[in-house]
Design a protein around this ligand. Sequence first.
Ligand SMILES: *[C@@H]1O[C@H](CO)[C@@H](O)[C@H](O)[C@H]1NC(C)=O
Ligand SMILES: *[C@@H]1O[C@H](CO)[C@@H](O)[C@H](O)[C@H]1NC(C)=O
Ligand SMILES: *[C@@H]1O[C@H](CO)[C@@H](O)[C@H](O)[C@H]1NC(C)=O
Ligand SMILES: *[C@@H]1O[C@H](CO)[C@@H](O)[C@H](O)[C@H]1NC(C)=O
Ligand SMILES: *[C@@H]1O[C@H](CO)[C@@H](O)[C@H](O)[C@H]1NC(C)=O
Ligand SMILES: *[C@@H]1O[C@H](CO)[C@@H](O)[C@H](O)[C@H]1NC(C)=O
Ligand SMILES: *[C@@H]1O[C@H](CO)[C@@H](O)[C@H](O)[C@H]1NC(C)=O
Ligand SMILES: *[C@@H]1O[C@H](CO)[C@@H](O)[C@H](O)[C@H]1NC(C)=O
Ligand SMILES: *[C@@H]1O[C@H](CO)[C@@H](O)[C@H](O)[C@H]1NC(C)=O
Length: 815
Amino acid sequence: MVRRLLGLPSFSLGLLLLPLLLHGLEILDPGQVVYKETRTNGVVDKGVILECGTTLPDVYIWGFTRLGTDTIRAVVYNFGKGPKLQQLAKDLGDLNVISNSASLSIQKLPLAAEGLFTCQALYDTPEGARFHYYYVYLRVLVPVSKPYVLLSDTAPVEGASVWMRCGLENGTGPVNYIWEQESRSGLLTTLIETNHSLVNVTWVTRNHTGWLRCLARNEVNQQRSDRIWLDVIYGPDLPQIDVSPYSVTERGYSALEKETVSLMCQASSNPASQYVWFYNNSQVYTGPQLTITKILRMHTGNYACLAQNTYLNTRSKKSITLTVYYPPDGAPYCSILPANNYNDLALFCSWEGGYPAATLNWSPYTQGGNNQGTNNITWIQPGPETTNNSVFTCYGSHITSKVSQSCSTKTWLPYGEPQCSAYATRNNEYLMLSCSWEGGFPLALLWWASSSGDIQGTSEENSNILILRSSADYSGKAFVCHAKHPLIKESKTCVLKLEAPVLMTQRSVVSVYEGSDVQLTCILSKNYPAVAEITWFNNMKQRVDESDTPKKYILQQAAAWSNLTVRETDGSVDGGQYWCSATNAVGGAEIPILLVVMRNPMPPNVSISKIAYSSRRRTAVSVEWLIQTDGDITGFFIEQQNLQLPLWQKVVSGLESNTRSHLITGLDPFGKYAFRITAVNQRTIGYPSGIKSPALPGLNAVPAVIGAAIGGMLVAAIATILLFMYVVRNRNNMPRLHDLIFGRQNSQSRENINDPEDEFVGAAEGGEGGGGGGDIEEIPTPSPGPSIPRPSPTPTNLPPGDEPVNVTITVMASS
Ligand SMILES: *[C@@H]1O[C@H](CO)[C@@H](O)[C@H](O)[C@H]1NC(C)=O
Ligand SMILES: *[C@@H]1O[C@H](CO)[C@@H](O)[C@H](O)[C@H]1NC(C)=O
Ligand SMILES: *[C@@H]1O[C@H](CO)[C@@H](O)[C@H](O)[C@H]1NC(C)=O
Ligand SMILES: *[C@@H]1O[C@H](CO)[C@@H](O)[C@H](O)[C@H]1NC(C)=O
Ligand SMILES: *[C@@H]1O[C@H](CO)[C@@H](O)[C@H](O)[C@H]1NC(C)=O
Ligand SMILES: *[C@@H]1O[C@H](CO)[C@@H](O)[C@H](O)[C@H]1NC(C)=O
Ligand SMILES: *[C@@H]1O[C@H](CO)[C@@H](O)[C@H](O)[C@H]1NC(C)=O
Ligand SMILES: *[C@@H]1O[C@H](CO)[C@@H](O)[C@H](O)[C@H]1NC(C)=O
Ligand SMILES: *[C@@H]1O[C@H](CO)[C@@H](O)[C@H](O)[C@H]1NC(C)=O
């Protein structure tokens, strides 16, 4: 029917004609042609169905026009005798016609199948033949292949620009790219979504660090790339320092001494920072954490942490100040000082050495006052209101310790009164006035003033010595020491009066018999400061020195007197003016004492009462003697004279004073001898007795006659002596008789001698020379022992032997 319709002799001709018809050639019943266009997508290598109407046409022909060309080529046709595949169909994949339809099924779609498929279909309907043209546009899509990531730099420095490409081999566009980032922790984020495979990151940050991958997708599929590590290099940032234990003050960090302190440094960096610690600009440690065990006060200072990025060779540094607090030394120290001119008390408390300074309180006065951070505090306490033994306590606290420490102090008023005394330096050059009021807390203040009130010297605590150059001007002057202690309202005083020495003696003239010791006395009455010693000068004006030998002088000193003993006085050297002298710092005095040394009186005359050979052989003579008057006798000696050789020779000496007889031996029987006896006392030798020779034995008559004569005289003499002795002993009972025999003046003189102390002579005023001389004459001879007066005293200046001798000789023969 189609052939008929078209009048075409062969199918091939018709095939050629169809397109021509379609392209506007004049066709019968042109209004009957229907055109339909569809678009179909296929995926390469997959299958696709191209439809040509819903019912099977009577005649159809599929043509294909390759994209970009105009030529249409037949692929398959069916003129009623089954579909006939053309050569071209082989290039369009595994192509088949679906049975009972004109639709094409293509398996394993090749890219070459993309283009315009045209199905010309002829339907023979009762109304007539109808032409349908079906245009099918086939697109062959390619799925995206697995993309790959390309980075301009996998380890860029923060802040640089980085591009990244999501590389894709195949895939039909448009392709959409999604960049995904997986952080270290596994968190997945979408960075960018873009239609471009290349992304330019103009400022890469550390936040870009991580696994990067891209996802590419098109209308067919989507694919992810492998992940790639993006390592952004950065840092170090400014370090952060953490101090533990944490303690911040306005000056920075602080730590307590002996604590362990740890300084941790952190600075963000890739690669990780290297840390170096500095103390006061010198390197001390490498590593992030600097630990100081038992930190000390000397560790105070500046600590700096330097963080380094060795890859970039960049660094950053931060420093902190660390102050080490330490407690003050020991315990607080308390004291009380005088204040306001010793009228008030300054309570002083100090506790030094700590850092920061301690806090001190005088309990209870300064509680809560502004006493923070002070090394010391002082509190003024009114003086006289405070009692003796008041206790004050100071409390100290320091940041380094929870426990507060304290100290206490106590007031103390010195006991009693200030004590004054004066003394002089050696040689009395300076005068020292000493005043003391010892003890006390605080100490008292002492100062010296003259009696008129002028202050002398300086003020001193506890004791005060005023030194003055010695001067007689101070004699009779008073000095006052004032003592002020804060606990008393008024000052206390003590007074010194200075006085030059005054010397006196009991006797300004002292007489003594030669040979005796004599004592001169000097009495010191007023003197202040006390005289160190009374010095003596002898009659030669030489200072008396006890240590001189031979021991002529003995000194005895007491506070108020001094005795000088002159030993074994010698009339020729010891008599004269002696001086005693005393000096202190404000003056001196000296007084004379006249010493008169008198000769002893002559011993009594001796008479030999009996002298005779003791035997006929004439080798020994016995002698007896008598003293004619009473008198001072210390002994006797006997002299003999050989008559051929008229020389007196002492044969016996040192006879006791009570001896009255002696046997003289060792004589030459043929010699002719004469004897005499002499009495002695102390230094004075008496007159020798009359000279007597012993009678020769046998001449008995002569001695007898002489003896009778002398015997009468002797009886008379003895009687006289006995009378004298009686009168003297009873002179108080018989004063008239006494006076008659001895005379009144004599009697008074004797009394003077016996009681010389009666002669008191006032000090210093006693004149020397004449007055003294006058006194001597009044003093008659004294004698120790029983005082037997002599009617006429022997002149002391007569030498022995010059006086007329009155001897009664008794010669007695002895058998
Ligand atoms: C891309 O397509 C070509 C040709 O069709 C093919 O040879 C190649 O394997 C494909 N590449 C990938 C990654 O699929
Ligand atoms: C990317 O392509 C899609 C589809 O072609 C479009 O809708 C979208 O706007 C494009 N996006 C950008 C950022 O160009
Ligand atoms: C990326 O951006 C930076 C800064 O805008 C530019 O200098 C650089 O040329 C760009 N790179 C690419 C590949 O476009
Ligand atoms: C990185 O990310 C954090 C948190 O999102 C942000 O606070 C910080 O500013 C970012 N850093 C940079 C360099 O962009
Ligand atoms: C360190 O510096 C501080 C503050 O300048 C100073 O007090 C300290 O004595 C210094 N330490 C040493 C060991 O120099
Ligand atoms: C008391 O402390 C101050 C400063 O804190 C100091 O100047 C003064 O010398 C101290 N006084 C005594 C007596 O230590
Ligand atoms: C004050 O007290 C002290 C100590 O108890 C004591 O020794 C002193 O004598 C007292 N002073 C007076 C003036 O009583
Ligand atoms: C010193 O002399 C006086 C007066 O002669 C006398 O009273 C006193 O006892 C004497 N002292 C001594 C120690 O002999
Ligand atoms: C002692 O004797 C002398 C001389 O022989 C004489 O001058 C003197 O008067 C006598 N004295 C007495 C007291 O008889």
